[in-house]
Design a protein around this ligand. Structure first.
Ligand code: DOR
Length: 443
């Protein structure tokens, strides 16, 4: 449908200005002021709300195929668009894992017509699929995921020869989960000896320790420097790892860093209240880490903001420590949680848009998305900056049916989301049909 959005407070490419935006045939036709409706165009009065490019989440676990009791592409992408996330890049630790071109093709076929947002799927690396990594068609995946620490799905790559081969030959960016598994295993053995399997949840950051993160991130950055690899280190959770990353715009950087909204929101004291609901890998650490990560977003040291949305069922989360899985559902409230930092004056709205939309588009060569530009796809979010609401379980769209943010009051709300020019969210309901398309990588 062709549409004119008027009276918006547009945030794009470092600028915030009042204006209008015309959508035609799914794309942004014009951005300007004083635009007037044409025949057959529907008009949306933004009434001064923020108009942002849709967020691009470069790290989600939507669980399909094989783990669909936790979530699936339809349910989790619905939660994502309700949260203002219009594109997602999904991880390979599914069942079966995504380890070759055929598994990748199967995922794209599975998502067609069912995804509310635009989708891309990573190829996973393993200790024995170097050939699939080397021969990956770079147009078919945003990047190659390397678990340099074991997590959900048992996809650890720890053979030094294979790691060297991946870093040398990858035809796309490599994205890594960095936590040193031998360090973690030794610590977990100590804690099991002390507590049995009922280890208190607040010990999680001591078991999945900062030293484990530091050691693995150092290894990844060292390999990338040696081989000239385009490396993106996911979910930085400690102040200590920030020393490996340079400040400045993402353009031209060969080594970049991502952090996730939960590391900017929660800290060690929250385990007492939320227990395993905030157990994730890497672990949420200290308040001083959280504050350093917030500063690193403000100072352009962290390049990308994402979620690592990783739903598990409520029942699974009730298990004792050693059996409770790691990961939390986040997409639906990720943007509004990031915007809390804007309200608190820690960084500005343009920074959120840069880290959550522009930067992932640039990093992964996403074609025609991530910016408000004429000719680009109309992936848009309208945000009501001052409309406080409290997260309730009954509003959660993720299949797992719970949120670590239940009871939290956020100051802003996603008032509308548009994907490829179609409105799919009106602030309280999904509208129409899934409108997501396969992401294209211009490389
Ligand atoms: O907490 C996590 N959950 N970290 C990961 O690396 C994987 C994820 C999952 O798939 O559950």
């Amino acid at each position: 449908m062709n549409r004119l959005i008027v009276n918006a407070r547009i945030v794009n490419e470092g600028r915030t200005f009042d204006g209008d935006l015309r959508i035609r045939n799914g794309r942004i036709d014009a951005i300007g002021s004083g635009l007037t409706p044409r025949d057959g165009e529907s008009v949306t009065d933004a009434a001064g709300r923020w108009l942002l490019p849709g967020m691009i989440d470069d790290q989600v676990h939507f669980r399909e195929p094989g783990l669909t009791a936790k979530g699936d592409v339809a349910s989790e992408s619905a939660a994502a668009v309700a949260g203002g996330l219009t594109s997602f890049m999904d991880m390979p630790n599914t069942r079966p894992p995504t380890l070759d071109a055929q598994a990748l093709a199967d995922k794209y076929a599975m998502a067609a017509g069912r995804a509310w947002g635009n989708y891309g799927f990573y190829l996973g690396a393993s200790n024995d699929n170097l050939e699939a990594v080397r021969t990956l068609d770079p147009k078919t995946a945003p990047g190659i995921k390397v678990f340099m620490g074991a997590s959900t799905g048992n996809m650890l790559v720890d053979d030094p020869e294979v790691l060297g081969g991946i870093f040398r030959h990858a035809p796309t960016p490599i994205i890594t989960h960095c936590e040193d598994t031998p360090t973690i295993d030794a610590l977990q053995r100590e804690y099991v000896a002390r507590y049995g399997e009922d280890i208190p949840a607040e010990c999680h950051p001591d078991i999945r320790s900062r030293e484990a993160c530091l050691k693995s991130t150092e290894l990844a950055v060292g390999l990338a420097r040696k081989h000239g690899t385009r490396l993106h280190v996911l979910h930085i959770s400690t102040a200590d790892e920030l020393r490996f990353f340079d400040a400045g715009p993402i353009q031209g950087k060969r080594i970049t860093a991502e952090t996730c909204v939960h590391f900017l929101h929660f800290a060690r004291a929250d385990y007492a209240r939320l227990g395993h609901l905030i157990k994730c890998n890497p672990a949420i650490k200290d308040a001083s880490d959280r504050d350093a990560l917030i500063r690193a977003v403000a100072d352009d040291v962290i390049d990308v903001l994402a979620t690592d949305h990783a739903p598990h069922t409520w029942e699974e989360k009730q298990n004792p420590y050693t059996k409770a899985p790691s990961g939390l559902p986040l997409v639906q409230y990720a943007l509004v949680s990031a915007l809390e930092h804007v309200h608190a004056g820690r960084f500005d709205i343009a920074r959120v848009v840069q880290k959550f939309a522009h930067a992932p588009a640039l990093l992964f060569d996403v074609a025609e998305r991530g910016f408000l530009r004429e000719g680009y796809w109309a992936d848009l979010v309208l945000v009501d900056a001052d409309a406080p609401f409290t997260v309730r379980r009954e509003d959660v769209l993720s299949k797992c049916g719970w949120s670590p943010f239940e009871g939290t009051t956020f100051r802003s709300q996603v008032a509308a989301t548009f994907v490829n020019g179609e409105q799919v969210w009106d602030g309280s309901r999904l509208l129409g049909e899934p409108a997501g398309r396969r992401l294209e990588f211009a490389r």
